[in-house]
Ligand binder design. Structure first.
Ligand code: TXA
Ligand code: MG
Length: 344
C-alpha cells in the first residue's frame, strides 16, 4: 500500500480517507496518533494489525469537544467539568464508564466496560476530528514496543506501506504520551499512566488523586493494560547512568572496551564535559530541564538507533529525580532501558 504524506492544506484528503475506513496518522501535542473512525469496527481492528498491538490493550478515543464524550460515556460531574475546564484541550486522558447504548466499536475498549477519552491540544487534530465528525481512535502511531513518534518521519519509519497516510503537523512539543486518569470510580481518581500533567497539578483542581499501585511496585499488575507491555525500546540496548562525570567516564569506557559504539542522551553540559571521549551525543536539553528532556527523549532514542544500524551500538541515558514531571520521564526511560542501570 502506498502511504501518503498529507500537509496541513490537505486535511480534506486525510478526513476523506478516515471516513472511508482508512488509517491516517495525525499530529497531537503529545505524540502522533494512528487515527481511525472509532465507530468503524473494521478500521479499528486494522489499527491493531498495523501496529502489531495486543488486542487486550484498549485505545484512546479522541474528541474535538467536551460534549462529544457524553454521547459515548457516563460520569459527568462537577469534578469532571473542572478537570476538563482546567486541562482540555490538553495532554490528559480521562477514563469513564461506557454508555450501554454507545456506538463505539467494541474493539476500542478491548472488552472493558470503560473507555479512555482525550481532547488533544493541536489545531490539526481538532480540525480533523471535526471534519470526520466522529471520534477517532489514536494509539501512538509506532510499531508496538518501539518509541512513540514525535514527527511524521518517525511514523513513516514504522508504518510506511501499512497505513493510508500521515498528516504532517511538525514536531509534537510535549514529546511523551498523555497522563491517563481513571475516573470510572469517581471517589478515587487514579493515575494509570504518568504524563506531563502531574498528580500535584490534578490535586490542585480536584483534591486527592491516587497512583496505580503498579507505578511504584513492579509486582502489581497495572490497571492500564498497555502499561504491562515492553515499550519504547529501540533496537540497540539502553542503559541508564546515574552519577557525576566520573561515573559517566567509566560507563562510556566500559562499553567501548566491550566493543560497543556508545551513544549518550544527556543535557548540553554533560555532553560538553564528556567531549574528550568518543561517542555519539544527542542533546536532550540545554539546561537539564526535565520538560525539555521529555520533549526530546523519543526522538533521541530513535536518532541514535538509526545511527547505529549495522553496528553494535548502545545508548547511555541520563536520569532525572522521580518527582513531578520526572516521574513520567523516568517511567518511559526505565521501560526503554528495561530497568537497567549502569552499576559503578
Ligand atoms: O498522548 C496520548 O495519549 C497519545 C496521543 C496520540 O493522543 N495516545 C496514546 O494512546 O498514547 P495509546 O493507545 O498508545 O495508549 C493508551 C493507554 C494504554 O496504556 C491503554 O492500556 C490505556 O491507555 N487505556 C485505554 N483505555 C483504557 C481503559 N478503558 N482502562 C484502562 N486503561 C486504558
Ligand atoms: Mg503507545
Amino acid at each position: 500500500m502506498e502511504t501518503y504524506l498529507f500537509h496541513d492544506t490537505q486535511l480534506d484528503l486525510a478526513a476523506e480517507g478516515i471516513k472511508r475506513g482508512e488509517l491516517v496518522a495525525f499530529p497531537t501535542e503529545t505524540v502522533y496518533g494512528l487515527g481511525a473512525d472509532a465507530l468503524n469496527e473494521d478500521a479499528v481492528k486494522n489499527v491493531y494489525l498495523a501496529k502489531g498491538r495486543p488486542s487486550d490493550n484498549p485505545l484512546i478515543v479522541h474528541v474535538s469537544s467536551k460534549e462529544m464524550v457524553w454521547q459515548y460515556a457516563v460520569g459527568e460531574s462537577e469534578m469532571v467539568r473542572s478537570l476538563m475546564d482546567a486541562f482540555w484541550p490538553g495532554p490528559l486522558t480521562l477514563i469513564f464508564s461506557v454508555r450501554p447504548d454507545s456506538l463505539l466499536s467494541k474493539t476500542v475498549t478491548g472488552g472493558l466496560d470503560t473507555a479512555a477519552f482525550r481532547m488533544p491540544n493541536h489545531p490539526l487534530s481538532l480540525a480533523l476530528i471535526s471534519q470526520v465528525n466522529t471520534p477517532l481512535v489514536g494509539p501512538s502511531a509506532n510499531t508496538s514496543g518501539k518509541p512513540s513518534p514525535t514527527t511524521a518521519e518517525h511514523v513513516l519509519h514504522d508504518l510506511k506501506g501499512k497505513i493510508y497516510g500521515v498528516l504532517d503537523g511538525g514536531k509534537s512539543n510535549v514529546g511523551i504520551e498523555s497522563t491517563v486518569l481513571d475516573l470510572s470510580q469517581p471517589q478515587s481518581p487514579t493515575i494509570l499512566r504518568p504524563g506531563i500533567i502531574t498528580a500535584e497539578e490534578l490535586e490542585a483542581v480536584i483534591g486527592p488523586v491516587y497512583l496505580d499501585a503498579n507505578l511504584s511496585s513492579e509486582t502489581e499488575a497495572p490497571r492500564a493494560p498497555g502499561m504491562k507491555y515492553k515499550h519504547y525500546s529501540p533496537d540497540v540496548p539502553v542503559i541508564m547512568v546515574e552519577g557525576d562525570t566520573t561515573v559517566w567516564n567509566r560507563a562510556i569506557q566500559t562499553y567501548q572496551a566491550k566493543g560497543y559504539r556508545v551513544g549518550v542522551l544527556g543535557n548540553k553540559q554533560l555532553l560538553d564535559k564528556l567531549s574528550h571521549l568518543e561517542f555519539e551525543g544527542y542533546e536532550l536539553s540545554t539546561k537539564r530541564d526535565v520538560i525539555d528532556a521529555m520533549a526530546h527523549l523519543f526522538d533521541g532514542l530513535r536518532a541514535l538507533d538509526t545511527q547505529f544500524v549495522g553496528s553494535q551500538g548502545i545508548i547511555l541515558a541520563e536520569t532525572y529525580p522521580e518527582i513531578e514531571q520526572g516521574i513520567a520521564f523516568m517511567n518511559r526511560l526505565k521501560k526503554a532501558a528495561n530497568q537497567t542501570f549502569f552499576s559503578k
